[in-house]
Design a protein around this ligand. Structure first.
Ligand SMILES: [Zn+2]
Length: 151
């Protein structure tokens, strides 16, 4: 598989009707960014980028959005402060995929789980990102579409 960082997000921006939409809203954009980052995490892991570093790339994704082909300085983008929210969601999604029971984004167990996961073999870390992306998509996809994309 080709190394897709950061083009996974660029590809997403090119193709996603939601991100292209003029009346896109921040929560939807952030969900797209979280999901894309989780998917991208699979490839970044294979490229030996540490888990901790991948998790903290939310800010880069939001900046890329502002500089995306479809966007310019007049394109509304999520406030940079929301990067903290994005980081928390990415961490939570990974912890859930690692087996954390339903919990809030501030659950103290998340840090421990991620510290542990960071030491896992590459294949296992890549699987974790893949599972996290799937779970995140499932959780945030409206019901009818969920049925279509279910595998
Ligand atoms: Zn999108």
């Amino acid at each position: 598989m080709p190394f897709t960082d950061p083009s996974a997000w660029d590809d997403h921006l090119d193709e996603c009707p939601l991100c292209q939409s003029a009346d896109r809203d921040d929560p939807a954009l952030l969900r797209c960014a979280v999901h894309t980052l989780l998917q991208d995490g699979v490839f970044m892991t294979h490229n030996e980028i540490p888990l901790v570093e991948i998790v903290s790339r939310g800010t880069d994704y939001l900046r890329d959005l502002a500089a995306s082909p479809g966007g310019d300085h007049t394109t509304p983008v999520p406030d940079a402060r929301l990067a903290a929210w994005m980081d928390a969601e990415v961490r939570l999604a990974l912890a859930r995929a690692a087996g954390l029971p339903p919990a809030g984004a501030l659950d103290p167990r998340i840090g421990r789980i991620l510290t542990d996961a960071a030491t896992w073999p590459e294949k296992q870390r890549a699987d974790l990102f893949e599972r996290a992306a799937d779970l995140f998509a499932l959780k945030h996809t409206p019901a009818p579409e969920r049925r279509l994309h279910h595998r």
